[in-house]
Design a protein around this ligand. Structure first.
Ligand SMILES: Cc1cc2nc3c(=O)[nH]c(=O)nc-3n(C[C@H](O)[C@H](O)[C@H](O)COP(=O)(O)OP(=O)(O)OC[C@H]3O[C@@H](n4cnc5c(N)ncnc54)[C@H](O)[C@@H]3O)c2cc1C
Length: 108
């Protein structure tokens, strides 16, 4: 797990999300490594300590994203000018992807 929660989320949104999570008694653990997933519990390594989480109803994996752009290199070799935009360049959000496309579109 990362050191920071919701690192890509707007600070204003995160303020309200975090408040709602706290109000509902959600324990937020960062910088942890999942060591074992058992039927009745999950074992987490947090620093030097092993933590056992039990009473689990669901496990949701949100493990990050990376670009899928394997077409880029072959196209670059086959053409004079090829630009990667949006998530193919770097995964972010829809607005940034659209802005990327608009900037490149304005240049050509
Ligand atoms: C689960 C999830 C939730 C998200 N939620 C949000 C959100 O709430 N708000 C937000 O702003 N952003 C969100 N995003 C991010 C947002 O979806 C992306 O940043 C945005 O869609 C990137 O746009 P894009 O045009 O670069 O790529 P995409 O939207 O991925 O478009 C690429 C297109 O190319 C097509 N394609 C790929 N390979 C080929 C090929 N070889 N030939 C032909 N077509 C091909 C794909 O099928 C796809 O249609 C979310 C992303 C995910 C995965």
């Amino acid at each position: 797990m990362t050191k920071q929660m919701a690192s890509g989320v707007d600070m204003n949104h995160w303020f309200y999300i975090r408040r709602r999570l706290r109000e509902r008694g959600v324990e937020m653990i960062t910088s942890a490594t999942v060591e074992e997933v058992k039927r009745e519990a999950i074992l987490l390594k947090v620093g030097e300590e092993t933590k056992k989480l039990s009473g689990i109803e669901a496990i949701i994996l949100a493990v990050g994203v990376r670009s899928k752009n394997e077409l880029f290199e072959p196209l670059k070799e086959a053409s004079r000018e090829v630009q990667a935009v949006g998530d193919a360049r770097e995964p972010r959000n829809a607005l940034e992807a659209a802005l990327d496309g608009a900037k490149v579109g304005a240049k050509i």
